[in-house]
Write a protein that binds this ligand. Structure first.
Ligand code: AMP
Ligand code: MN
Ligand code: MN
Ligand code: MN
Length: 287
């Protein structure tokens, strides 16, 4: 069986490893094909591709786009995108500019709660100064002793109703799916189990996503408890969406490692079905 992991982060967004080290870790874990899906940036793909070529691993160019839909933040993964596509690049640059202002407001909100210096502190954890996010704030808050680990940091801070959380308008679902498709990619709903939607709202999201040309949904992800896999596999089938698998790796020792997830349920149609770049990893048929 091919080990395919289609969701992970480098230090171009909120992961800790440089793109080439993410690829090396995937190769060491026996991954055949890896999608680098940094938040709102494609700047790591060239280095990841070079490392993948050297390691004999297939690099799938990807991105994870931040979207506002139905009063929540929803993440849309783009797979097999063209990182040089100007429409996609311009859209992502716009989201990153919005992140800077949001970070300023987050810092101000934390200061009001008695925690000074968070804005500057978070930027120290961002290798890519254009891509700052809540994870960078969380790493700084942990280092400053405001919480013992990332999990409790997000429970106490940076989430709705807590210090450091500010409302932010990301791009639209229509834009995100449109940019991904314009660049030749496939749009996939990331970690559907993470959103605070009821069943009706989730179905509306899947309908809207399909109507815009979205094609896939993550079923096996580090963000889902194993008890949720069946539910999302059923949902994928019910909505005629292809199923994806990805650890959502950010850092060694945090969450599930790259390629270390169960396989998709057998009745799922994988997003990678028919991708010619995977043929090299399949045993040659008798010619
Ligand atoms: P942002 O896009 O700046 O809002 O940051 C979102 C990122 O924060 C996600 O991609 C995760 O990496 C991280 N995150 C969100 N919630 C949690 C949590 N409960 N525990 C750890 N990391 C989280
Ligand atoms: Mn992240
Ligand atoms: Mn996400
Ligand atoms: Mn992610």
């Amino acid at each position: 069986m091919l080990n395919i992991d289609l969701h992970c982060h480098s230090n171009v967004s909120d992961g800790v490893l440089p793109p080439a080290e993410v690829v090396a870790r995937a190769a060491a874990n026996g991954v055949h094909a890896l999608a680098l899906t940094d938040h709102d940036d494609v700047a790591g793909i060239a280095a990841a591709r070079a490392a993948a070529d050297a390691a004999g691993l297939t690099l799938i160019p990807g991105v994870e786009i931040s979207v506002s839909w139905g009063g929540q933040t929803v993440h849309i993964v783009g797979l097999r995108i063209d990182p040089l596509n100007t429409e996609l690049a311009a859209g992502l640059a716009d989201i990153r500019r919005g992140r800077i202002g949001r970070a300023r407001r987050m810092g101000d909100d934390l200061a009001r709660a008695g925690i000074a210096g968070a804005y500057e502190g978070a930027f120290n954890y961002a290798a890519n100064k254009e891509m700052v996010g809540r994870t960078h704030f969380a790493r700084w808050l942990v280092a400053q002793g405001h919480a013992p680990d990332m999990r409790s940091t997000f429970r106490r801070y940076l989430t709705r109703g807590n210090p450091g959380y500010v409302e932010h308008e990301w791009t639209s679902l229509e834009n995100a799916v449109g940019w991904i498709r314009a660049s030749g990619g496939m749009a996939v709903i990331a970690h559907p189990g993470r959103y605070a939607f009821n069943a009706r709202q989730l179905h509306l999201l899947l309908d809207a996503f399909r109507a815009l040309g979205g094609e896939g949904i993550e079923v096996i992800t580090g963000s889902h408890h194993p008890s949720e896999y069946g539910k999302f596999a059923d949902l994928a089938r019910a909505f005629s969406l292809k199923a994806s698998r990805g650890a959502d790796f950010h850092a060694p020792g945090e969450g599930i490692d790259i390629g270390r997830l169960p396989a998709l349920p057998h009745y799922c149609q994988p997003v990678w079905q028919g991708w010619p770049e995977l043929a090299a990893h399949l045993s040659p048929s008798i010619a």
